[in-house]
Design a protein around this ligand. Structure first.
Ligand code: T4K
Length: 372
């Protein structure tokens, strides 16, 4: 074991950080402007550049992804029940509940772990107002089927696209689907603004509402409180990071692909023996290599690896365990066996820009040794 132990901790991810001199230059701009938050010049510049980068028409920036998602739900005046996935980060479920709505959990598909559209219609009632799927690990949901169901039953669709920055489906930006999509720009994401988030949406009229909702409900033109809002504005330090990181993110994604492919190569033996299953990008998708996950054959094997890898100085994470409908804080229907199985048996392995292919080789040797 000793020759397989890393000298430094290998964490599940590390943030994309630009050369410090570039950030210092932006800090100087902030000092010169004496404008540090509340719709500042860097935020406006970042918004315009991001719109172009993502090829979308409408985008509003937020202090983080979670607040953005809460505001997306609020803006559409949803009521009653929302059909969603249990296999996601706590944020998705809590954004629904914090808006006074009831999450109704539909089971996921076993291949890509996303909300399975075939399970949606049975759960629709007179109370259902929306579907909130998640493009989990950056792999797109079955957007066409979801759109058909939403149209048929007159439901809104908000995608939690926290993991899906830069992803395209048949060359269309992933945020082109649904009424609203939310991206997270948290430190742990492919693209970060330290903390941060964005909503991308088709209805131009929502711009006015989002500007108000993220600023205590105060409308941008006449400064009246017309909505019940929060404080969810992106600040200038976040926008500065975003402006610089936009120049580096494509290169970073290309390097993540190399690491991802090295994992595939090094784990092929274990895959052929049926000991691990790797999540692969869907066809017709430009993927962002946001996560590298392996599915083990049992909870015991997953737990074994999760507990053993730290002894080699490797720290995977259990994204996402348990499924959200099993959180002790709530008493939800737990009838989603596929989500439970995935949640029990999946581990996210280290994947970030500075990880080397040699590191990947060693991580895979450790996994092989532990799964003997
Ligand atoms: N919807 C979905 C589907 C999401 O996954 C998320 C967030 C949201 C909505 C909400 O978006 P935000 O409001 O966060 O924008 C992390 C993130 O905090 C969270 O943003 C993310 N999803 C979730 C999947 O993962 P933790 O608890 O795993 O973070 P933590 O602190 O353990 O960090 C993970 C690893 O990253 C550590 O091993 C250390 C490393 N790290 C972390 C930070 C913050 C660094 O090296 N540097 C850092 O600055 O939740």
């Amino acid at each position: 074991m000793s020759d397989l132990k890393f000298n430094e901790p290998i964490l599940v991810t590390r943030p994309l950080l630009p050369p410090i001199e570039e950030y210092e230059k932006k800090l100087k701009e902030i000092w010169d402007n004496k404008w540090i938050t509340n719709n500042g010049p860097l935020e406006r510049e970042f918004q315009a550049k991001l719109k172009e980068f993502l090829s979308v028409d409408n985008i509003e920036l937020f202090v983080n992804g979670h607040n953005a998602l809460e505001m997306a739900i609020k803006a559409l005046d949803l009521t009653g029940e929302v059909i969603t996935t249990p296999f996601t980060f706590a944020s998705t479920t809590q954004a629904i509940i914090n808006n006074g709505l009831t999450p109704v959990f539909a089971d996921v598909d076993p291949e890509y772990y996303n909300l399975n559209p075939d399970n949606i219609e049975d759960l629709i009632t007179d109370e259902t107002s929306a579907i909130i799927p998640v493009h989990v690990f950056g792999n797109p949901c079955d957007v066409d089927k979801i759109e058909k169901i939403a149209k048929k039953h007159d439901l809104k669709v908000i995608y939690d696209a926290a993991h899906a920055f830069g992803v395209t489906i048949d060359n269309n930006p992933i945020a082109a689907y649904g009424d609203i999509s939310m991206f997270s720009f948290h430190a742990t994401k492919v693209f970060n603004t330290i903390e941060g988030g964005a909503l991308i949406f088709s209805d131009d009229d929502l711009t006015y509402k989002f500007k108000a909702l993220k600023n205590f409900g105060i409308t941008p033109d006449n400064e009246e409180v017309q909505f019940l809002g929060v404080n969810a504005k992106m600040n200038e330090f976040e926008a500065a990071m975003g402006l610089i990181n936009l120049d580096y993110v494509s290169d970073s994604i290309a390097k993540r692909k190399v690491i991802y492919e090295k994992y595939l190569e090094c784990l092929s033996g274990l895959e052929n023996q049926g000991k691990v299953k790797v999540l692969r990008p869907k066809e017709n998708v430009k993927y962002n290599y946001a996560y590298f996950t392996i599915k083990l054959n049992s909870l015991d094997e997953k737990t074994h690896l999760f507990e053993k890898l730290p002894e080699y100085n490797v720290f995977p994470k259990r994204y996402f365990y348990p499924p959200c409908n099993e959180f002790p804080a709530y008493n939800f229907d737990k009838n989603t066996p596929i989500a439970k199985d995935i949640s029990d048996t999946i581990l996210s392995l280290p994947l970030y820009l500075d990880l080397t292919v040699d590191d990947v080789e060693m991580i895979c040797k450790i996994i092989e040794a532990e799964l003997k």
